[in-house]
Design a protein around this ligand. Structure first.
Ligand code: GLA
Length: 429
């Protein structure tokens, strides 16, 4: 695990002491799940259609300190959210389907959004996922969870990092050996079945499989993955995260599931036109030549979603080559092209994010930029020349506050633009 600068010894020490206070156990007995946030430079919005995606983790994320509770009780306190979570692992959990039919795209009331999403749902969702695959738990946990400051609901997949953290803690407390691939599936059950978000497996694959310095490539149809280490070292770049000030949890936003349905509509028409009605309507089941032959039959909205899918798959494949050969200029250009396709074909960037993306494109030393995550809120990411990262960050901070003064004023000046590095995979220490 050498390489990632997170978590520090001081952060681990602090979390062990918190759990010791809550549980009355010795700090040395406390184990900590380290579950990093992820970025997806290429492969946006195609995981739910079985596409090929690329991802890596960063040196920030979720820490969950825990001890086995000694019985079936779960007790969790959060560093960010109010209220303790208490339940028993031997209670049978039922799906909650929290995806609301309300539009909170522009919600600024973070507390309301958090309340709607219910932070404790992820712990219950982890128990649900394990139970629904026949893994019944006897042992609960007493834990304290906290995320890197101000980064929740930012498009860095804090929800998958939280889900993975609870899975790893519960499995460890119950002496269960579970492979990364099985945990990818368990986290999918938390999001798709328990919470009702129809997302793909990009987030948890990145969190569970990534390795410092590599780009993780996941085929979301076959579940085959590769870790791509560049032929020459990329120590010349940093990852810039620029925050918009817009926060909205995906499970409270209907926009995400709506785009998934539009992609499936495109797949249905293309499969029917190519005589494959019986195949599951996912764009990965449509051959490129069938898409080319029948795309004229698509209505305007499904046509744009399909164009994003097929062009993004191609960008991922070119991007893997660029990364492997250490060509950050080409890698960056593909990221920016991917961002434009998300805006014009997938139509999911909101105005402040689009402006922020434009600002990043002009910032000194930036190889390429796009918005992170689903694009309805959160942050933009950029790959930047390491020697110009500070200059780029200062430029973005200043320009964004000129264009979006109200949103920029809600951001903490120190954390409005962060200079990050790559991280490792989720683990228990
Ligand atoms: C969110 C979803 C992922 C993926 C991205 C967009 O993070 O959870 O499954 O679709 O958006 O690439």
């Amino acid at each position: 695990m050498a390489g990632s600068s997170w978590p520090t010894k001081a952060q681990l020490h602090e979390i062990r002491n918190k759990v010791s206070e809550i549980s009355g156990r010795h700090a040395e007995e406390v184990q900590v799940v380290v579950s990093p946030y992820r970025i997806c430079p290429l492969g946006a919005h195609i995981d739910h259609q079985g596409g090929i995606v690329s991802a890596m983790t960063i040196n920030k994320g979720i820490l969950l300190g825990f001890v086995p509770s000694g019985d079936s009780q779960v007790f969790i306190r959060s560093g960010q959210f109010k209220g303790d979570v208490r339940f028993r692992v031997d209670e049978i959990q039922q799906p909650r389907n929290t995806v609301k039919k309300i539009d909170l795209t522009h919600a600024s009331d973070t507390a309301k959004v958090q309340e709607a999403s219910g932070w404790g749902n992820y712990a219950r969702g982890a128990v649900y996922a394990l139970q629904s695959r026949g893994k019944y738990l006897a042992q609960g946990i007493i834990g304290y969870i906290c995320g890197s400051e101000n980064l929740d609901s930012s498009g860095l997949s804090s929800s998958a990092a939280v889900g993975v953290a609870y899975l790893l803690a519960l499995e460890s407390a119950n002496n269960m050996k579970v492979s990364a691939i099985d945990n990818i599936e368990f986290d999918r059950l938390i999001e798709n079945e328990y919470l009702g978000l129809r997302n793909g497996i990009l987030d948890q694959s990145a969190i569970l499989l990534s390795s410092y310095g590599c780009l993780t490539c996941m085929n979301c149809k076959t579940k085959e993955y590769q870790l791509i280490r560049p032929s020459k070292l990329h120590n010349s770049h940093k990852i810039l995260l620029a925050f918009s000030g817009l926060k909205c949890n995906l499970t409270t936003n209907p926009g995400y599931n709506c785009r998934v349905a539009e992609c499936q509509e495109a797949a249905r028409v293309l499969l029917r036109a190519s005589g494959k009605d019986e195949v599951e309507p996912l764009l990965c089941n449509v051959k490129l030549e069938d898409y080319e032959a029948h795309k004229c039959k698509l209505k305007p909205i499904p046509a744009k979603r399909a164009e994003h899918y097929f062009s993004e798959n191609m960008r991922v494949i070119k991007g893997l080559e660029a990364w492997a050969s250490g060509n950050l200029e080409n890698f960056g250009k593909l990221i920016s092209a991917s961002g434009l396709s998300s805006i014009h074909n997938y139509e999911c960037g909101c105005e402040p994010l689009i402006k922020l993306n434009e600002i990043l494109q002009k910032a000194p030393g930036v190889f390429g930029a796009r918005f992170s995550g689903a694009g309805f809120r959160g942050c933009c990411l950029a790959f930047v020349d390491a020697s110009r990262a500070e200059e780029a960050a200062a430029y973005v901070r200043e320009e964004y506050s000129k264009h979006q003064p109200e949103l920029a004023s809600q951001l903490n000046l120190d954390s409005a633009v962060l200079i990050c590095e790559a991280g490792d995979c989720a683990r228990v220490i």
